[in-house]
Design a protein around this ligand. Structure first.
Ligand code: CA
Length: 238
């Protein structure tokens, strides 16, 4: 069977039976161990993380191990052009910029310039400010502007961590902007566990649940939903 004929078209296959072993739940002690020896955090990343955590919206920051994984993925696929949808204070931005070669670029989008300016001080301190291009405005408008500028199929990796209602559209635009073999990573796809609770029919939960089902059935990509951070869905464009 060729890879392109998988997954099969048609109705979803039955659920496989649950199998062991499964991913661990991290308690405080194990998470502290992981943070100590499982990731390498640049001093500027640490400073930006701590500054972000003092903000009222600090919980919107991506997790330490998640941004480490994004950096490793950038190295693995030899990425030089990265798109970030949702900059916030630029903590993930910094991790990805540090993983890029010197001529690499992260194009990062956000409606809020003040958040990005917090990150910019630490991007500069880490010596990677010139690798980061911030675009202010609604993400969809910026994505359509990139496509209009001829950026289709020019990015190697796209990281989506923005308003959840926009995710289905961001996924489609990201696929259009990625080269074949490029990777889209969507954050918060386990949504604190709410997606597995059939009783939770809130709009955001349904959007993320429906999008995961759509990616699961999407023959244009290979995919894996990772239980890291709040759930990271990786999809490689074929
Ligand atoms: Ca997030």
């Amino acid at each position: 069977m060729s890879r392109r004929s998988w997954p099969p078209r048609g109705p979803s296959p039955p659920q496989p039976e649950l199998v062991s072993p499964r991913s661990l739940t991290l308690d405080e002690q194990l998470h502290a161990y992981l943070a100590r020896v499982g990731v390498r955090e640049h001093p500027a990343q640490r400073a930006l993380r701590l500054e972000t955590d003092r903000l009222a919206d600090g919980q919107m920051r991506s997790s330490l191990e998640q941004v480490q994984l994004l950096g490793l993925l950038i190295e693995l696929i030899g990425a030089s052009r990265v798109l970030e949808i949702g900059c916030f204070t630029g903590y993930g931005t910094l991790a990805m910029a540090l993983a890029l070669p010197p001529d690499g670029r992260v194009t990062t989008l956000d409606v809020n310039r003040d958040w990005a300016e917090i990150g910019r001080r630490w991007w500069r301190a880490a010596g990677v400010e010139e690798r980061i291009v911030f675009r202010e405005g609604p993400a969809l408008a910026s994505l359509d502007a990139l496509l209009a500028e001829g950026a289709a199929q020019s990015f190697d990796l796209a990281y989506v961590d923005a308003d959840k209602k926009g995710y289905p559209t961001y996924y489609e635009r990201a696929l259009a902007l990625l080269r074949p073999g490029g990777l889209v990573a969507l954050d918060n796809m386990l949504w604190h566990g709410a997606v597995a609770d059939a009783a939770d029919q809130s709009r955001q939960t349904r959007t993320l649940r429906d999008l995961t089902a759509a990616v699961h059935a999407d023959p244009r990509v290979s995919m894996c939903l990772l239980p890291i951070g709040d759930g990271l869905l990786l999809a490689r464009k074929r």
